[in-house]
Design a protein around this ligand. Structure first.
Ligand code: THU
Length: 136
């Protein structure tokens, strides 16, 4: 679990990222921020495409951003998802798989403009996951 101070930073980073979403088709703006085991925060937003299926979700953008920044042995401690909605948004199936790759023991917290939130473990979101160990 992140500390209260880390959680505040993650929420702020995810909210800032949501404002940068490129979502002209769905108009559904999502931001995500990930906390690495080493204490660093990386953020990302959803990036859509005229060829709809090529859309990249905010969670994957944030994780890929961490890898691209040079995180060699990326271990996710926490993933925060922010949407400017009344209800929190759960990560899609593809993002659950990517979260599992780098954070099999991560905490995933969805927050929104409204008061509700969802907090789950990676295992709760993707039980029986296929992962790196299956290829070892
Ligand atoms: N989306 C995310 O970025 N993350 C989620 O957790 C759910 C969905 C994006 C994909 C697409 O750009 C838009 O939200 C509507 O599906």
């Amino acid at each position: 679990m992140p500390t209260p101070a880390q959680l505040r930073k993650l929420k702020a980073a995810a909210k800032t990222a949501a404002a940068r979403a490129y979502a002209p088709y769905s108009k559904f703006h999502v931001g995500a921020a990930v906390l690495t085991a080493s204490g660093k925060i990386y953020a990302g937003c959803n990036v859509e495409n005229a060829s709809y299926g090529l859309t990249n979700c905010a969670e994957r953008t944030a994780i890929f951003n961490a890898v691209a920044a040079g995180e060699r042995k990326l271990k996710l401690q926490c993933v925060v998802v922010y949407t400017p909605t009344d209800m929190p948004t759960a990560p899609c199936g593809a993002c659950r798989q990517v979260i599992n790759e780098f954070g099999p023991n991560a905490r995933i917290i969805s927050v929104c403009r409204g008061r509700g939130h969802i907090s789950s473990s990676t295992h709760e979101l993707l039980p029986g996951a296929f992962g790196p160990a299956d290829l070892a």
